[in-house]
Design a protein around this ligand. Sequence first.
Ligand SMILES: [Zn+2]
Length: 306
Amino acid sequence: MRKYVSIYAIWTLLFVGTASVEAEMNVVTTTSDLASIAKEIGGSLIKVKALVKGYQDPHYIQPKPSYMVKMNRADLLIYQGLELEIGWLSVLIDGARNPNIRLGQRGHLDASKNISKLEVAGGKVDRSMGDIHPYGNPHYHLNPENGLIIAKSIYDKLSELDAGNSHLYKSNLSRFQEKLKEKISAWKNRMNAYRGTQIVSYHKLWSYFARYFNLVVVDTVEAKPGIPPSTKHLSKLTALMNRHKVKVILQANFYESTFANLVAEKTGSIVVRLPAFVGGTSDAKDYFSLFDTIIEELHKVLQTKP
Ligand SMILES: [Zn+2]
């Protein structure tokens, strides 16, 4: 019995000792895609929490005290940037009372920093133009090659904060890059048959995706981002779609389909509601299966369309 107890005591000591050496870093991300990529790079060395669920619209999130609690304990905050979170993130950062994650501090990472931005607005931008993103379209995670850039930025940051484990982050990064590159070539093969297909999107959410996979977005159901379309815009859009024989309207599944359905009815097109973020549907479990799901859904629709 005494022997048993002492072995148990050694075990406990060992366990506690190990646990304190390998304390996980707390990482909070705004979107679930950033969380998924961070998890790939951080592995068991980090604990990741995303604030926004994949089936929620990340432009408009109600800042909740529970988010501030998560951020209060975070070693690192990763966000999409380009003003995607402009309506709510700064309130949360202020409320979190965690100096480490504030702008300019080490625990603050804007994942857009190395991305080549699309749709950077020239000239003056004001609220009458809708919820426009003047520094570029923030939905860059839907170009899968940007996943590689996001992963590298996260790797750099984790290595800076936790230099002792840099080699582990490096091997996770290599594994992620290898897998993603393999997946990307399969996705490109799958989408190759649909090069040049003209589509309409609800919000400018699919710009990076469309450009990468050579789809042509002829217009959007929203005339101004975040503002419901006017009747005038909808009839212009209907005429345009009929003229160009556009058969597909892409829409993230957190948007209301009323307007898209209306246009679809008048143009004989189909509204494809897709997950735009990890967790947007139960199939889209991580960054890889998000694209698997989107591309499979699109393939199903596009292969039957003339
Ligand atoms: Zn947007």
